[in-house]
Design a protein around this ligand. Structure first.
Ligand code: DOR
Ligand code: ZN
Length: 340
């Protein structure tokens, strides 16, 4: 039997939600991850340090070993003093930019990036990274092109204007994004999800719509999937793990207007292992999953380890989600690797 031991990984992009589902989401991530960058798109959004610290306490009350790293939700009205407060708190690691309306609970997001210039300047001064949902929101732009246009119209000018701002291009989905990140300077990095490595838009749309594969940014053409796979296994430290695990109850996804998000937290590291092994790159998993993110954020690498064993198991076909159910990413499918 094959065993692979790696430094305990971290999830650099995670939705835990809140309330009575927290115990489930936190426990699932804690199964494999030590730290998680916790996204702030709650209802209402986590827009200031006090809200983030209260949310932190609710996560910690779940009493797992998951260490939450908190983020603030950037709005048109965030002020520079809030960034100073966030930095001094020691609790906030980053600020998340959702262009207004771009995805789940993004209605309070930024309507025009110029409105945040003062805040971005403060972030640059205190070395607070900006985490970007990189899609344009213009209704006339084709949904498959929204990331590509974001690079030229928003991201390049932003990086030129704020030459010391650290920017993580979250959940990248295109070859355009891969190429952009490779040529950018070292303050730019990107996270990659398991769904964008494992699937493409044919999986979503061919032979019937699969609402549980619907996420944003949407799954793209197969050639983009291949580019993401190559980036993930390249050993380039600009690319690291961020699941974007984002639970929605089954009935909210199997719906005439289904929600965006894939729930991967339960089997995340095994899903990534599946891809890396298929590409004969298991030796590259540790850097991607456990080293590069911590290095980028200037945090220590974890000292503990996890061991994966090559032994097939089946992802459950559904999970309890408070008083509802949720269909996990890869439900019912067999994975080759499991946590020992
Ligand atoms: O698919 C997604 N779901 N993409 C996002 O950007 C947000 C997330 C969510 O919060 O459900
Ligand atoms: Zn997300």
């Amino acid at each position: 039997m094959r065993f692979v031991t790696i430094t305990t990984p971290d999830d650099w992009h995670l939705h835990l939600r809140d309330g009575d589902v927290l115990s489930r989401t936190v426990a699932d991530s804690a199964r494999q991850f030590k730290r998680a960058m916790v996204m702030p798109n709650l209802v209402p959004p986590v827009t200031d340090t006090a809200m983030a610290m209260a949310y932190y306490e609710r996560v910690m009350a779940c009493k797992t070993n998951l260490q939450p790293l908190m983020t603030l939700y950037l709005t048109d009205h965030t002020d520079r003093q809030e960034i100073i407060t966030a930095q001094r708190s020691g609790c906030i690691q980053a600020v998340k930019l959702y262009p207004a309306g771009v995805t789940t609970n993004a209605n309070a997001g930024v309507t025009a990036i110029e409105k945040t210039y003062d805040v971005l300047e403060a972030m640059q001064e205190v070395n607070m990274p900006l985490l970007v949902h990189g899609e344009v929101t213009t209704a006339e732009t084709d949904i498959f092109d929204r990331e590509k246009y974001f690079i030229d119209e928003q991201l390049k000018p932003l990086l030129e204007r704020f030459t010391n701002l650290k920017v993580v291009f979250e959940h990248i989905t295109t070859q355009d994004a891969v190429e952009f990140v490779i040529q950018a300077d070292t303050r730019v990095a990107a996270t990659i999800t398991p769904q964008h490595l494992l699937y493409n838009r044919n999986h979503l749309l061919s032979g019937g719509i699969k609402p549980h594969l619907y996420c944003l940014p949407i799954l793209k053409h197969n050639h983009h999937q291949l580019a993401l796979q190559q980036a993930a296994i390249s050993g380039n430290p600009k690319f690291f793990l961020g699941t974007d695990s984002a639970p929605h109850a089954r009935n909210a996804k199997e719906n005439a207007c289904g929600c965006a998000g894939c729930y991967s937290a339960l089997a995340a590291i095994e899903l990534y292992a599946q891809v890396f092994d298929q590409l004969q790159a298991m030796d590259k998993l540790e850097g991607f999953a456990s080293h590069f993110g911590a290095d980028y954020y200037g945090l220590h690498r974890n000292e503990s380890t996890i061991t994966l064993v090559k032994k097939p198991w089946q992802i459950p076909s559904q999970l309890d989600y408070a008083d509802q159910t949720i269909i996990p990413l890869g439900a019912g499918e067999t994975l080759d690797w499991q946590l020992a």
